[in-house]
Write a protein that binds this ligand. Sequence first.
Ligand code: IPE
Ligand code: IPE
Ligand code: MG
Length: 257
Amino acid sequence: MSLNADTISQQSLPKHIAIIMDGNGRWAQSRNRPRTYGHKKGVDAVRSAVQFCSKLKIESLTLFAFSSENWRRPEDEVSTLMDLFLFVLTKEVKKLHKNNVKLNVIGEISRFPSSLQERVQAAHVLTENNTGLQLNIAANYGGRWDIMQAAQKLAMQASEGKIQPSDITEEAITKQLSMAHQSELDLLIRTGGDCRISNFLLWQAAYAELYFTDTLWPDFNEEAFAEAIACYVSRERRFGCTGDQIKELLAVSKVTS
Ligand code: IPE
Ligand code: IPE
Ligand code: MG
């Protein structure tokens, strides 16, 4: 299935795409190289994915760079990942800014080295008024953590008497989550062959289309990304309704508009 920009309207494209970028280690190991080499190659794939989404005018791209569970990896791998993150934040941010990308790091960054936290802050400030692609990098992020921190904020408001327990609705929780002000997640991609969410966007993935591919992250090029989007476009999204109900809705809106 190929993606043809002339035949697919902007409206049918996902507005918000998230990717679990998995398979760097296996990619390197299959070449008899250390796992960290795979992470370095993974950065090239990130660059290409960002460019691709900018070209397609996708609103938001959310990339899982480091999970709250990834601290359990060997110390040298964790520190290579931190160095790489720092390097990318230092080297790439100006280019992202030039391309009108708005960068946002989501997750519990207080656990990161202070040099990294400062870079994150500087990147936020530099790009906050940009109007192009919203790029979210999930770092020390966990879906359960996100829901927990939303619950804590609401509990705090309740304990101060600002809201009632009955005000804690789905909408109220959604508003306290990371990326609350962005489009809902439409498409969640996982590379590397495993079919699990690994504590990524749990709440936000409720109605997202899930796309799993065996392609390892460093091999996830424009062609592979286009394939994922073409698959999304071809699926009928129904939000718990039947296709007939959607068609009925369409018929009604034609009559009333
Ligand atoms: C994903 O690749 C990148 C991070 C988790 C940072 P992996 O490092 O998990 O690669 P595999 O799954 O071991 O091949
Ligand atoms: C998920 O990949 C996390 C990131 C891509 C950052 P993992 O390789 O860490 O996931 P598990 O451990 O296989 O579930
Ligand atoms: Mg993995």
